[in-house]
Ligand binder design. Structure first.
Ligand SMILES: Nc1ncnc2c1ncn2[C@@H]1O[C@H](COP(=O)(O)OP(=O)(O)OP(=O)(O)O)[C@@H](O)[C@H]1O
Length: 253
């Protein structure tokens, strides 16, 4: 284990931990966030006074119809888009008013983003995909390699470390994607439709993996999903409609 990881890494297993009943302090906080896009003469409100808090070790499912603002919420939480108004606080750091360079640093150091398409580089092996992401953060190559190997083990790909994307299944590519997002020791994990391109069995395994990663790494996870059957694996479900967010409802009493 490297000294930079915050929690014990354990190799992949088919056993999923039950959702952690107790969550730690808030790591992601959106307060009264509004996001407007220009729309012809006027504007369209993609996010309308949205507030959300997600704690350490907590996994929130974000559901809602197409166009309701789910991707916009993730983009604002990831500091990829500045909200029109409102506040985004990540691990205690208020992103409001930060310069672009500072926002990039927040994203690099605190946020892990997992899109539905893994976007892996075709010529690189699984382990190289992780190492290069760390290298781009300015970390030493040697520590990156051992950490990458550990994380591939965590996501169940220890034996596929030297395979290139075309030699991996869709589910395995998504596992590389998850391991890569963990390389930066994120405090917040933002996941957009991680199962969109997968069959049921692989989808189930990926959501269980995200659950386990949330518990073990004590990250605050928000997962956009259309698959409501996976909602019970999360701690709470928050529904978006026309840019407004209903308060998250716990999935376990
Ligand atoms: N770059 C943009 N410019 C203008 N309008 C946008 C832009 N991105 C999103 N929108 C609008 O903002 C609203 C919310 O879009 P968003 O993509 O966040 O919804 P969503 O819930 O993620 O949808 P889906 O489930 O289809 O991905 C929609 O009305 C959409 O048309």
């Amino acid at each position: 284990m490297t000294s930079t990881t915050r929690s014990p890494l354990s190799p992949a297993s088919d056993q999923t931990q039950p959702p952690t009943p107790k969550h730690g302090g808030t790591l992601l906080s959106l307060d009264h966030v509004t996001l407007e896009y220009p729309d012809g003469e006027g504007t369209i409100k993609a996010l309308d006074d949205v507030s959300l808090r997600v704690g350490s070790g907590q996994m929130v499912a974000l559901v809602g119809p197409s166009g309701s603002g789910k991707s916009s919420l993730l983009a604002v939480a990831a500091t990829l888009i500045r909200p029109t108004s409102g506040t985004v606080i990540i691990a205690g750091q208020d992103a409001t008013g930060l310069k672009d360079r500072e926002l990039t640093a927040v994203r690099r150091d605190k946020v892990g983003i997992i899109f539905q398409q893994p976007n892996l580089l075709a010529s690189l092996t699984a382990i190289e995909q992780l190492v290069i992401s760390d290298h781009l953060r300015g970390k030493p190559l040697k520590t990156a390699r051992s950490k990458a190997a550990e994380l591939l083990d965590v996501v169940g790909l220890a034996s596929s470390a030297y395979k290139r994307p075309h030699q991996l299944s869709g589910g395995q590519r998504q596992r590389v994607n998850i391991a890569r997002a963990l390389m930066g020791d994120p405090t917040v994990l933002l996941v957009d439709e991680p199962t969109a391109a997968l069959d049921h069995e692989r989808s189930d395994a990926i959501v269980r993996l995200l659950r386990r990663v949330t518990d073990e790494f004590r990250v605050a996870t928000v997962m956009v999903t259309h698959d409501t059957e996976f909602v019970p694996l999360t701690d709470a479900v928050a529904t978006m409609r026309d840019g407004r967010l209903c308060a998250p409802v716990p999935t376990h009493s």
